[in-house]
Ligand binder design. Structure first.
Ligand SMILES: C[S@@+](CC[C@H](N)C(=O)[O-])C[C@H]1O[C@@H](n2cnc3c(N)ncnc32)[C@H](O)[C@@H]1O
Length: 196
């Protein structure tokens, strides 16, 4: 992957220009509302958030709106985005922190990584997370069946759902809706409310 592709033109196309952008701001607001509601329902106090591959920071203000007392750390590999928005510049598979986070977010990033990096990134989610992971990725199935291909970057590594599931399952319990609970987090989840 040529990381220089994540430049101003990339972000304008996929996040700025209304005619080509991949999602509207309301989508990110609704996602943050959902995460706020679900973590509260679980009784998980979110005091720290890391957003891995945060791009232009679509989720920063929506998340801080829902978790006003939490710290937000944005991490990205794009030199352009880090310089412009002040994120920590690192690869999602390598970013490390002395303290674990209550909420780890990785939205629409891992399809840019090769298999080895993607596997390392999922392992790194475990190193960084002491509560909930919100994970969303474009899979092979989504590219064919679910996404708007005219607005979606196809120069990515499409992997199947079956590729991702066991790797996530090793470290997290799948609560559905992209929410994963760290296996180290001692919150009781009723049997029918998790998928593995
Ligand atoms: C499709 S954008 C998603 C941005 C943001 N997560 C969102 O949903 O609005 C992909 C982002 O992943 C970043 N990225 C790609 N490979 C990365 C890597 N190995 N480590 C960290 N960030 C990466 C890119 O720089 C880009 O900002």
């Amino acid at each position: 992957m040529n990381i220089n592709k994540f430049d101003e033109a990339y972000y304008t196309r996929y996040y700025g220009d209304r005619k080509t952008r991949v999602a509207e701001p309301i989508y990110f607001n609704n996602l943050a509302r959902y995460l706020g509601a679900y973590t509260r329902f679980l009784g998980l106090k979110v005091q720290s958030i890391v957003d891995l591959g945060c791009g232009v920071g679509t989720l920063k203000l929506p998340l801080l709106g829902r978790f006003p007392k939490a710290t937000y750390t944005g991490v990205d590999i794009s030199q352009y985005a880090c310089a412009k928005f002040g994120w920590e510049c690192a690869a999602v598979s390598e970013y490390c922190s002395p303290e674990k986070f209550d909420l780890v977010v990785c939205h629409d990033v891992i399809q840019y990584l090769n298999d080895k990096e993607a596997k390392a990134a999922i392992k790194n989610f475990d190193s960084l997370c002491q509560g909930i992971l919100y994970f969303s990725v474009l899979t092979e199935e989504d590219y064919v069946e679910n996404c708007d291909q005219s607005r979606t970057d196809s120069a990515v590594n499409l992997r199947t759902v079956d590729w991702y599931r066991p790797k996530l399952q090793r470290y997290f319990r799948n609560l559905g809706g992209g929410v994963y609970l760290s296996r180290d987090c001692e919150i009781a989840i009723y049997a029918l409310e998790h998928l593995d």
